[in-house]
Design a protein around this ligand. Structure first.
Ligand SMILES: NC(=O)c1ccc[n+]([C@@H]2O[C@H](COP(=O)([O-])OP(=O)(O)OC[C@H]3O[C@@H](n4cnc5c(N)ncnc54)[C@H](O)[C@@H]3O)[C@@H](O)[C@H]2O)c1
Length: 609
């Protein structure tokens, strides 16, 4: 199909924006200072180059593809101008804004005019643009190095990221404070962490600090597709979409670990330890370990083994090269931290690690107050279920369990706890919860939530004892808290999809149960995870951990560290003003009486909060 020749005007307009941007770079020395000028230039060059390239093509379809790339670069340009402006606390350039808006409108109009063309659905798991001609080489670099569901969602993602930034005062002020020093300049950094809007703010912070970032999600259901696209269009390679298969998930993890020139990352942000695990298993394999050649204990383990075997034939020696340059990992969650300590105790840990989870401003906030808001949110978005009056069982009363039980109680559920630890069980009882064993409550409860980070908490046998239409879900990191495989494999069980991430099972006994997010974390699979304000605390810790790992890379040992209490207090301090908290300052006499400095830290290491 021939396209109409009405793109010249847009091309001219884009050249105007380019001129503006060059002027901006000249007037805007701060762009240079924050390391953003090259990104502004890259986006700037790519817009007219792609429009010109599109104009030279024969078919509407091809032209539209180039328009997508041009538009993506325009979003990228706008983002970098905005970041530079914020970092240098400059006012808006109204003239430039108007020109940018005009160009957006023209590109949109041009799109709309191609009525006969239906945009191609991006194919997940494949590269979406195959632009190879010299004129667009630059833009194809920007546009090709990602895998997302639908790049056209980038605008929506950008709007949501902006809203998240407003609720992330700690992370944004750390960005503003450290960006001028470029503490991660040129560092190859890979992240495996839920690709949400909050994570997008973390990613752009790490980029503003100078890092070369590649990203994947740490869960097959947790990606917010619009936010992944918003990151992809800025030229940051991201490999994530909601509803990946396990094969796709591990392929994305490998892509995220593969930097330019087949190099590995120098730093990793991990959540749950999958990136760390893959490198350790890869190195073991290259050292002659036979684990990969034995049959996998379950489907996912087999997927990991198959991937490693593939790298053995396609990239010999890759994992040892990765390990050689790798200088550290910061781990986000309880389950990943368990894995790290296990590796450390076995003397197998390849790099220094920072346990971000056990910063007070992480686990005592994200795990607790985050889940207090996001558990009920996940259940409600998935099912619209009335929670008030229902009997809910929360397995585990650690930080996540506490948040989860209060989440359900807040809606009026009658909550029962199961625990193995007498201290946590006593805490639950003192909060007014009943504490029972799961076997005692099977026929009584309407909602079951696992929060333990342990396995086989709800067994297949337990499910058969549940009452009709009971709801089962998990908010712990991995899906092995519930025996989903056994449920799926049972011959007399019929599985029916109500909608993605909501399944109704008919059991052999004729009763039904509902399972959310296929047993994976319900708050990220069925809703959008924790709110940005609490994630700002977690990700402030992540950013400080990454800066410290790089700064002290020559002195850190291959063990697991925590961030100093002083930084923990600093992270909390950064969040006070936004919610109107007025802090009291110690007098010198009071500080002397307590034996602490006026400016902190205020509590000994053993204090439990
Ligand atoms: N979904 C999220 O947003 C989110 C956020 C943070 C952490 N997590 C994950 O949630 C899980 C729990 O994290 P946490 O910080 O609360 O850990 P935690 O160690 O504080 O709490 C887990 C609790 O489960 C109890 N437990 C263990 N086995 C049990 C069993 N068989 N029956 C009953 N109770 C049992 C433990 O005694 C402990 O009190 C981890 O997998 C973590 O990675 C999820």
């Amino acid at each position: 199909m021939k396209r109409k020749h009405h793109d010249l005007e847009v091309w001219r307009e884009s050249m105007d924006v380019v001129t503006d941007c060059y002027r901006l770079s000249a007037d805007f020395p701060s762009a240079e200072r924050y390391g953003l000028s090259s990104q502004i230039r890259r986006a700037t060059v790519s817009i007219p180059a792609n429009i010109a390239e599109g104009a030279a093509r024969q078919t509407t379809k091809e032209f539209i593809q180039f328009l997508y790339i041009a538009r993506a670069s325009l979003v990228e340009l706008e983002t970098h101008i905005e970041i530079t402006r914020r970092l240098s606390f400059c006012g808006a350039d109204t003239d430039l804004n108007e020109r940018l808006d005009r160009l957006f409108a023209k590109l949109n109009q041009l799109h709309k005019n191609q009525t006969s063309f239906k945009p191609q659905e991006p194919v997940k798991g494949t590269r979406m643009n195959s632009v190879t001609s010299p004129v667009s080489r630059l833009s194809s670099l920007v546009a090709n190095d990602y895998k997302v569901r639908d790049i056209k969602l980038a605008d929506l993602g950008r709007q949501r990221i902006r809203m998240a930034e407003e609720e992330m005062p700690g992370l944004m002020s750390i960005r503003a404070q450290y960006a001028p020093q470029q503490p991660l300049k040129g560092v190859r950094l890979s992240g495996s962490l839920h690709m949400t809007k909050e994570t997008a703010v973390l990613i752009e912070t790490l980029v503003a600090l100078g890092a070369n970032v590649r990203w994947a999600s740490c869960n097959i259901f947790s990606t917010q597709d619009d936010c992944a696209s918003a990151i992809a269009v800025t030229g940051i390679p991201v490999f994530a979409w909601k509803g990946e298969s396990l094969e796709e998930y591990w392929d994305c993890t490998l892509e995220m670990l593969t930097h330019e020139g087949m190099k590995g990352p120098e730093l990793i942000v991990d959540d749950g330890g999958d990136a760390t695990l893959l490198i350790h298993k890869g190195v073991d394999m290259e050292n002659g370990d036979k684990w990969v050649d034995a049959p996998g204990a379950n489907h996912e383990e087999q997927v990991i083994k198959d991937l490693l075997k593939r790298t053995r034939s396609e990239r010999p020696g890759f994992w040892k090269t990765v390990a050689k340059d790798w200088r550290g990992v910061s781990e986000e969650t309880t389950t990943g931290v368990h894995r790290l300590y296990q590796m450390m105790e076995a003397g197998k840990l390849l790099v220094p690690a920072i346990n971000v989870n056990d910063s007070v401003t992480k686990s005592k906030f994200d795990n607790l107050y985050g889940c207090r808001e996001s558990l009920a949110d996940g259940i409600k978005r998935a099912t619209d279920l009335m929670i008030a009056g229902k009997v809910a069982v929360v397995c585990g009363y650690g930080d996540v369990g506490k948040g989860s039980s209060h989440s359900l109680r807040g809606f009026g559920a009658r909550v029962i706890i199961t625990e193995i630890d007498p201290i946590n069980a006593l805490q639950a009882a003192m909060e007014g919860f009943e504490v029972k064993t799961i076997e005692e409550v099977l026929g009584e409860a309407d909602i079951f939530v696992t929060t333990t980070g342990n396995k086989d908490i709800i067994t297949y046998e337990h499910m058969q004892g549940m009452k009709n239409n009971a709801l089962v879900c998990n908010i712990g990191h991995f899906d092995n808290e519930i025996q989903i495989d056994q449920l799926n494999e049972a011959e007399d069980v019929v599985k029916e999809e109500v909608k993605p991430q909501v399944h109704r099972y008919k059991l052999g006994n004729g009763r039904h149960i509902y399972v959310l997010a296929e047993g994976r974390l319900v708050n990220l699979g069925c809703a959008h995870g924790h709110p940005a304000f609490v994630m700002s605390n977690s990700f402030s810790n992540q950013t400080l951990a990454q800066i410290d790992l790089w700064k002290n890379k020559d002195t850190y040992e291959k063990t697991v560290y925590r961030l100093p209490k002083k930084l923990d207090e600093e992270v909390a301090r950064l969040h006070l003003a936004q919610i109107g908290v007025k802090l009291t300052t110690l007098t010198q006499a009071q500080a002397d009486y307590l034996g602490v400095p006026v400016e902190g830290p205020y509590k000994p290491e053993h204090y439990r909060y």
